[in-house]
Design a protein around this ligand. Structure first.
Ligand code: ZN
Length: 458
């Protein structure tokens, strides 16, 4: 692929770059792994041609928080509360996962993301029952070919695990993974997924953050998502300990007060909002308004396909609808109608692209179409009801499109999906393997897991 030239010709190019803007009929030239030019017309004699007429051409989406290993537990949590999810999935199912199950979850989940135009995934990987599980998680992502910030989780689902007799052993294994994979370059970056503050002794939380900082690894944490509990709190304590920073993605943040928000903003911390999970599991108001109030750029995440969808179209749509409802409801309740909308479809597209890349520390590589960046590019449309006609293409993307409308996907210049089909993937075999893995996992936990109490089977 070195130096190979690909010309994506004649699409409606939404660059998400403030200087380049949108090109209603534009060309994007890819050389090797990088974008060489974005222009209304590019002349090249020898480039491989991708005809983008009738398509929107845009940067690949960035999902800033997904527990990819849960892919084969699809929709198992459909009617679960967050407490059901924690006790049944995090505590009961996690120990039943083999390393191969983690591989299958990450491989199939990364393919699902690519199929939906997500070219960068923050993989929050907290099913590390053994060091082999950690390796399998990385290998699953690498085999799928997605760009990833793979965040190694320190979480211990059971207290007596011979593979990790104590917390220090988990930190040592994290350091091993950093050594093993950080220098391989390419699409994979190793980060750290912190255990929820309050689930472990504070000294272990401090040690997790120290381990991440020593490795130069970005961090992700579930923050402020359990009402009436100190678990997932700790923002003031982290500030007091000098532990907050711009190298952290704080996920959810529904319960934080304004003092907490001020500390996050001062620290330059990033925020990930998982609209579908938060709204369905009772976590509360989405933090979009707080992000705007305190000058933090919001990002979006799918979180768990064990509950909800694995694409960012759904998340953009839910987030925007929620925020417009939250703004307009007080006006309605006063007996009036809103006279304008404060949030736009393009805002939502920023959450799902450039803001996400920035949160992952990858804004220099991805998140927008600009010469010099890596060629993470998607084409959406073709013969699609959702994209034709297009009076306001960003509106079509945010309010109409779905994963099915993503026709072509490139990651670092490599074609991953073409004309609606993933390339080099035996999808039936992958899905068969996911089903067999799920059967085996649930058999190990005695199939008692899926039903919340008193609601029958299902
Ligand atoms: Zn999560």
């Amino acid at each position: 692929m070195d130096g190979e030239r690909t010309l994506i010709r004649g699409g409606h190019v939404v660059t998400m770059d403030p200087a380049l803007g949108d090109l209603p009929g534009g060309d994007v030239l890819v050389e090797g792994a990088r974008i060489a030019a974005v222009s209304p017309h590019i002349d090249t004699g020898d480039a491989r041609l991708i005809d983008a007429r009738g398509h929107v051409v845009m940067p690949g989406f960035v999902d800033t928080h997904r527990h990819t290993w849960q892919t084969q537990l699809r929709a198992i949590c459909a009617d679960w509360t967050l407490a059901d999810y924690f006790s049944r999935l995090r505590l009961a199912i996690t120990p039943a996962y083999s390393a191969d199950d983690v591989y299958v979850g990450n491989y199939v989940g990364a393919l699902e993301a690519l199929n939906a135009g997500i070219t960068t995934l923050l993989d929050f990987s907290h099913c590390n029952n053994t060091p082999d599980h950690a390796d399998a998680a990385v290998t699953g992502l690498a085999d799928a070919g997605i760009r990833a910030l793979h965040c190694y989780g320190f979480f211990a689902a059971s207290a007596d695990n011979p593979a990790f007799p104590d917390h220090q052993q988990r930190r040592a294994d994290f350091a091993r993974v950093v050594r093993a994979y950080a220098s391989t370059g390419g699409l994979l970056t190793i980060g750290a997924a912190l255990t929820e503050v309050g689930l472990i002794p504070w000294s272990d939380t401090v040690a997790e953050i120290d381990a991440a900082r020593q490795a130069g690894a970005r961090m992700v944490a579930h923050t402020g998502c359990i009402w009436g509990s100190t678990v997932t709190g700790g923002i003031a304590e982290m500030h007091a300990g000098g532990l907050l920073g711009p190298d952290q993605v704080h996920v959810h943040c529904n319960t934080l007060n304004d003092a907490h928000w001020r500390l996050l903003a001062q620290a330059g911390a990033k925020v990930s909002i998982a609209p579908e999970t938060e709204l369905n599991m009772g976590m509360g108001r989405l933090a979009l308004g707080k992000c705007r109030e305190f000058g933090i750029k919001p990002t979006l995440s799918c979180d768990v396909v064990s509950l909800n969808s694995g694409d960012l179209f759904t998340q953009m749509r839910l987030a925007l609808a929620y925020q417009r409802f939250a703004d307009n409801d007080p006006i309605n309740q006063s007996g009036a109608m809103p006279t304008r909308l404060e949030w736009t479809a393009r805002d939502a597209l920023e959450w799902a692209t450039i803001n996400g890349a920035d949160a992952c520390g990858l804004a220099g590589a991805t998140g927008s179409l600009r010469p010099g960046k890596e060629a993470d590019i998607i084409l959406i449309g073709g013969d699609s009801f959702a994209l034709r006609p297009r009076h306001q293409p960003v509106g079509n993307l945010v309010f109409q499109a779905s994963a099915h409308d993503v026709r072509t996907v490139l990651v670092a210049g490599r074609l991953m999906k073409r004309d609606g089909a993933l390339l080099g993937v035996d999808l039936r075999a992958a899905l068969d393997r996911a089903e067999r893995s799920a059967e085996a996992v649930l058999a190990r936990v005695g199939r008692t897991v899926p039903s919340p109490p008193g609601r029958g089977s299902g």
